[in-house]
Design a protein around this ligand. Structure first.
Ligand code: ATP
Length: 271
């Protein structure tokens, strides 16, 4: 599913202060294949406040991507409900932009500028002139102004991910949905991209829902972390105040160990 195919949708109206921006309530998500029904997540609840860097963390196959897609409106919960800005999610919308792990999210025949402008033009949200100004602004924010006229094949993996982030941010969504956006990058580039995302967040305080299976990445990116059990995913715990831990005093390493123990405590399989 490509974020670029999203239909235009009015921005969510500002929600009541004190109420969560994203509310996931008792959500069970299932896939139906020819042979079986696969429960990806069972009875999951969490809420994301405006300005949160909320991380979904859990082992491979626990349903993190499935949950993110459901918030994106690409999957409908079999039970429970999801609201964004107080409105029930029923379809994809420009208030929820997704950034994926894969590098091939960009249109190969468009330049960096063209790619970042594209969703604005498709949704008719802005005039071409306004879309260009906004795109240039966010391209500058991700440090790609010098590559603005380049085509995707001329960019490194990290640069392509930064274009995807600029494209998502340029839509100024209520929530940016990021599905392991840095997982395919080499360790050094991954760290740089994480630092850049945090710098961007410092500047604009956008809301992000971020999926990863790396405990270290979750601690670095998130201010709140939801721990999911192995398949099918259920909530194991929520960690708040992650911003307060630091590498310097060893508290980040301690938290990493605690999360590890929580995540990998033995649990019976349940289908
Ligand atoms: N299109 C699909 N059809 C059927 N089953 C699916 C489909 N997509 C995912 N699943 C199954 O749903 C479960 C959750 O998958 P999901 O990709 O959400 O997990 P994840 O936690 O994001 O894993 P990873 O970290 O490996 O990406 C898995 O058992 C997976 O095999």
């Amino acid at each position: 599913m490509n974020a670029l195919t999203m239909p235009a949708r009015p921005r969510a109206t500002p929600h009541e202060p004190g109420t969560p921006l994203v509310a996931v309530e008792n959500v069970t998500l299932r896939y139906r294949t020819e042979k079986a029904k696969i429960t990806a997540t069972r009875n999951v609840s969490f809420s994301v406040n405006s300005g949160d860097r909320f991380v979904l963390l859990g082992p491979s196959g626990c349903g993190k991507s499935t949950l993110l897609k459901a918030v994106g409106g690409y999957l409908t919960p079999e039970e429970g409900r999801i609201t964004v800005g107080g409105r029930q999610v029923k379809a994809p919308g420009a208030d929820r932009m997704m950034v994926f792990q894969e590098f091939d999210q960009l249109l190969p025949w468009k330049t960096v500028l063209g790619n970042v402008m594209f969703p604005q033009l498709v949704t008719g949200k802005l005039s071409p002139k306004e879309a260009e100004a906004k795109a240039r602004h966010y391209i500058e924010k991700v440090g790609l102004t010098r590559a603005i006229d380049n085509y995707p094949h001329m960019l490194s993996g990290g640069m392509k991910q930064r274009v995807s982030i600029a494209r998502g941010m340029a839509m100024e969504p209520d929530v940016l949905l990021m599905d392991e956006p840095f997982a395919a990058l080499d360790a050094l580039t991954r760290r740089t991209c994480q630092d850049e995302l945090l710098r961007l967040w410092d500047e604009t305080r956008f809301t992000v829902l971020f999926v990863t299976h790396s405990i270290a990445e979750a601690i670095k990116i998130g201010n709140r972390i939801l721990l999911l059990s192995p398949h099918p995913g259920r909530v194991k715990a929520e960690v708040e105040g992650v911003d307060d831990v630091s590498a310097a005093d060893g508290s980040a390493a301690r938290l990493e160990r605690e999360i590890h123990d929580l995540l990998f405590a033995d649990e019976p399989e349940d289908h």
